[in-house]
Design a protein around this ligand. Structure first.
Ligand SMILES: *Cc1c(COP(=O)(O)O)cnc(C)c1O
Length: 363
């Protein structure tokens, strides 16, 4: 990189920004690279967004997103004061890293293979990451995390189910981490929990150090709307509110608040679409295994796979030529031979399997 211009704050030149999966504008692409939901949002959410667009956009939105927080609280069996909402869970995570993990000289503990945004926030806020390697089966190593938490540390972050592996931890293991780090926040990112995992939200009342983060981008099909939230005891939510109100009082616009509320009110649609995704995941897993792939056990809306006889980067490139997009991470080395494939509609899964069958037969 060239020398940063003198206009930049010096830290800007040191940042290593997150690189999202590509969002190409190409017709007919089978897009299985960013874990979006293959189904559109609830029609009720779309209707609520349209109605919100017709009425009141000249006025600021409710800065506290009160009705949305009440809706989320009722759904998850907590009270509205225990819910914090943000512009996508990435923003909630960023505010949480700022609020809880800046403890001079003390590292933040998380897995070496997990959501890569965690490292980006560490860079932004000057937090030292301490990467704790996954175990041999690519599961989160709770023993190693708990052992490390005996020494001074800034907190623990885990994605459950983990990304990009899809492997989930039972709640008893989350409770072990909570007990191992009683004086620091344990942040559990449950972006994929609705596809088969167990949520730690039920543990919030017993654990003052637990913060659970959710998104509406995956299981609620609202990646384009940008809504995420956190659940925790009041002192944690208070800290998040203080940081948010020192940065942006109105993170959720009127359309986002209206759409998110309506999406949560349409429980039948949610159940139907997530069941369809889970069903497709189970079917696709068997088909991929028939093609010779090793498929990690997934509780998410994607599978993490490798093939003993085919290089992952080459497979991803061949699939791309056939208009099928999947995600390949070159780093870390340990996962460089895996592909992360989001679960599509049955038609998209079929297109993937057909393309893979041809690629494998022709090489
Ligand atoms: C997708 C994802 C997020 C981000 O969700 P947004 O609400 O769209 O910002 C956060 N954490 C994990 C693990 C994810 O996979």
């Amino acid at each position: 990189m060239t020398t940063p211009p003198s206009f930049w704050s010096p830290v800007v030149g040191t940042l290593v920004p997150y690189v999202p999966g590509e969002q190409p504008r190409v017709d007919g692409l089978v897009k299985l690279n960013t874990n979006e939901n293959p189904y559109p949002p609830s029609p009720r959410a779309i209707a609520a967004i349209s109605a919100a667009a017709r009425e009141g956009l000249e006025r600021y939105p409710d800065p506290e997103s009160t009705v949305l927080r009440q809706t989320l609280a009722a759904h998850h069996g907590v009270n509205a004061g225990q819910v914090f909402v943000g512009n996508g869970s990435d923003e909630v995570l960023g505010l949480a890293f700022f609020a809880f993990f800046q403890h001079a000289g003390q590292p933040l503990l998380f897995a070496d293979v997990t959501y890569s945004f965690y490292r980006v926030y560490c860079g932004l806020f000057g937090i030292a990451p301490q990467l704790v390697p996954l175990d041999a089966a690519l599961g989160v190593d709770v023993d190693a995390l708990a052992a490390r938490a005996a020494a001074p540390h800034a907190g623990i972050v885990i994605a459950n189910p983990n990304a990009p592996t899809g492997i989930g931890l039972p709640l008893a293991q989350i409770e072990r981490l909570l007990a191992a780090s009683p004086h620091r926040v344990v942040l559990v990112d449950e972006a994929y929990v609705d596809f088969g995992g167990g949520s730690a939200i039920g543990l919030v009342d017993r654990h003052p150090n637990l913060l659970v983060v959710h998104t509406l981008s995956k299981s609620r099909s609202l990646a384009g709307l940008r809504v995420g939230f956190a659940v925790g005891q009041r002192p944690l939510i208070d800290a998040l509110e203080r940081v948010k109100n020192s940065f942006n009082s109105y993170p959720l616009d009127r359309l986002a608040q209206a759409g998110a509320i309506a999406a949560y009110e349409d429980a039948a649609y949610f159940d139907k679409t997530r069941a369809a995704v889970i069903d497709s995941r189970e079917g696709l897993t068997l088909q991929l295994e028939d093609l010779g792939f090793e498929v990690l056990p997934s509780q998410a809306n994607f599978v993490f796979v490798r093939h003993a006889a085919h290089d992952a980067a080459a497979l991803a490139a061949s699939l791309r030529e056939r208009k099928v997009l999947v995600r390949h991470f070159r780093q870390p080395e340990r996962i460089a031979q895996y592909l992360r494939i989001s679960i599509g509609t049955p038609g998209q899964c079929d297109a993937l399997v057909q393309a893979l069958t041809r690629v494998i037969a022709s090489s």
